[in-house]
Design a protein around this ligand. Structure first.
Ligand code: ZN
Length: 202
């Protein structure tokens, strides 16, 4: 029977995605054995995340500043917006270093099963960026970079319909993405290829 402190840490870690109770215990044991070296570093990093990260009010990216480094970068092409489900997808695409536009993070995907409706996602703010009547506009292209899952594709179709009333080109990542594939698991070459070969939404 481990101490209460160790149990509490293991229980907190086991809630992280990809870590079950077993791997959480192994992580705790690793940390306890290296508490002199590894713990201060981890504590600093956690504190840094807690104290300095904010959500970008334009695109929903998570960064140390608002607007985020991508939205604030004058070299970025604001006429092109790549729409992704989650921040992890934005980071994956941006690591591929092929897209020079800006992003928009939906914060999830439409799901009848989980009861996620359009108003639960950052869709209104996307429309505002495209709609001249709402202070936006000047957008030429929207790249729908949803995951190749059923819900991702449902979300992409919904967005394509909503965006139809604006004079923007709507494209999506080329097929060749593995079906059921999640963007942040793909290697950068595959992602870059899917972006380069993006095609109009049909
Ligand atoms: Zn941003």
């Amino acid at each position: 029977m481990a101490s209460q402190e160790i149990e509490a840490l293991a229980s907190a870690l086991s809630r992280l995605p990809g870590l079950g109770p077993r791997s959480a215990r192994r992580a705790v044991l690793w940390l306890v054995k290296r508490r002199e070296q590894a713990l201060p570093q981890l504590l600093d990093a956690l504190e840094g995340v807690r104290d300095s990260l904010v959500e970008c009010e334009i695109c929903g990216n998570i960064d140390t500043r608002n607007p985020c480094g991508i939205c604030a970068d004058p070299r970025r092409d604001t006429k092109s917006i790549c729409v992704v489900e989650d921040v992890s997808d934005l980071w994956a695409l941006d690591r591929a270093k092929l897209f020079t536009g800006t992003y928009h993070v939906l914060g999830g995907k439409l799901s009848a099963l989980d009861g996620v409706r359009p108003e639960d996602l950052n869709i209104a703010s996307l429309m505002d960026r495209v709609d001249p009547g709402a202070g936006g506009g000047g957008v030429d292209e929207i790249v729908l970079a949803m995951n190749a899952t059923l819900e991702g594709q449902t979300t992409a179709h919904y967005l394509a319909e909503r965006l139809e009333e604006y004079p923007v080109r709507i494209t999506q990542l080329a097929h060749g993405l593995p079906v059921g594939g999640e963007l942040d698991y793909l290697d950068e070459g595959t992602l870059a290829q899917a972006l380069r070969a993006r095609r109009p939404v049909d």
